[in-house]
Design a protein around this ligand. Structure first.
Ligand SMILES: CC(C)(COP(=O)([O-])OP(=O)([O-])OC[C@H]1O[C@@H](n2cnc3c(N)ncnc32)[C@H](O)[C@@H]1OP(=O)([O-])[O-])[C@@H](O)C(=O)NCCC(=O)NCCSC(=O)C[C@@](C)(O)CC(=O)[O-]
Length: 298
């Protein structure tokens, strides 16, 4: 068994986890969540999005959140930016790392960012130029890599094409998003085999929603394929506003439990992570989506 010694978790709870919440969440509660996650030892936290507030109202306060979080040294605090306007807003807010996001399916691209895949890639070019000019690192996302809520199955070759475009234009890492969580260990391994022909595996990340309860299995399959970066969301918060019925990302606590059991180092404190999840779940008035957090609750 050839498993990595270290894995990096990209905590997307404050962004992917909260973006779909219908109830208002105060800036103070978002700040508290990010600070709790920093204290738990997460090395990378996606804090918010600089997208249109008409499209995703919950992310409207991202600027204020960035202004109030306590940024600890050695931790990356990132934000989504769908276009140059979003990038400039992120820059003004002091963000030092952004992510652009494309889709592997045309229908999802239209629903999510109101343009075709190729138009979205064109929009990212000025973002990449501006980011380079300002020394900002850019991560790339591809959504619907293992299925689309509108188009159904998505050919891995199509995913590879979009991922390659993002990588070639300068994204240092491309996160492959199973937006609706329909992937299996088999389809995940096949996808990575195809995408891995064009992009080194240490430049790929896995982003698994847990709708079908396959996320941990898919992470394990990805580990076996040489992937060592995974996106996850504390308490399994989230869902995508443009993927009806999709549940949240795989819970960070559950991924940590898996990795701990494999002897893989992350530097994350489980108790503090569980506490961070419990606090935000209390704010939201909902149970944690993490099996580990539910089992450990006192
Ligand atoms: C991309 C747009 C803006 C196109 O939206 P559009 O309506 O086509 O944009 P537009 O350029 O025609 O502008 C329309 C209005 O939006 C404003 N606008 C334009 N850009 C911005 C901006 N950056 N920030 C704030 N405002 C902006 C612009 O100024 C204008 O304002 P108005 O004149 O009407 O007052 C819109 O579709 C959008 O914001 N979409 C965001 C969708 C989103 O955030 N989805 C969730 C994140 S992706 C995800 O969750 C998947 C992922 C990453 O987790 C991986 C996975 O699981 O698959």
């Amino acid at each position: 068994m050839n498993l990595p010694k270290q894995v990096r978790l990209v905590e997307v709870g404050p962004r992917d986890g909260l973006q779909n919440e219908q109830q208002p969440i105060s800036v103070a509660d978002k700040v508290r969540l990010v600070d709790d996650l920093s204290a738990a030892g997460l090395g990378y936290i996606e804090v918010g999005s600089f997208v249109s507030p008409k499209w995703v109202p919950q992310m409207a306060g991202s600027r204020e959140v960035f202004a109030q979080i306590q940024q600890l040294p050695g931790i990356t605090y990132a934000a989504l930016a769908p276009n140059l306007k979003g990038f400039e807003a992120a820059l003004e807010a002091g963000v030092r790392e952004v992510a652009v996001f494309a889709a592997a399916s045309e229908a999802f691209s239209q629903k999510n960012i109101n343009c075709s895949i190729s138009e979205s890639l064109e929009r990212f070019v000025p973002v990449m130029d501006a980011a380079k000019q300002h020394g900002i690192r850019v991560r790339g996302y591809v959504s619907c890599v293992l299925g689309c809520p509108y188009d159904g199955s998505v050919p891995p070759e199509q995913v590879a094409l979009v991922a390659r475009e993002l990588f070639t234009m300068g994204c240092y890492e491309v996160s492959l998003g199973d937006t609706i969580g329909t992937g299996t260990a088999g389809s995940t391994r096949h996808l990575l085999e195809v995408v891995g022909r064009d992009i080194p595996r240490d430049k790929l990340a896995g982003h698994f929603h847990d709708t079908y309860g396959q996320a941990l299995t898919n992470i394990y399959a990805s580990l076996l394929e040489g992937i060592n970066v995974f996106d996850s969301s504390v308490a399994g918060l989230g869902g995508c506003p443009y993927a009806k019925g999709a549940t949240g990302n795989v819970a960070s606590e559950d991924v940590l439990y898996l990795l701990d059991g494999l002897g893989i180092e992350t530097g994350i404190d489980m108790d503090r992570l569980i506490a961070a999840g419990q606090r935000i779940c209390t704010v939201l008035g909902k149970p944690s989506g993490s099996r580990v957090a539910r089992a450990r609750r006192v």
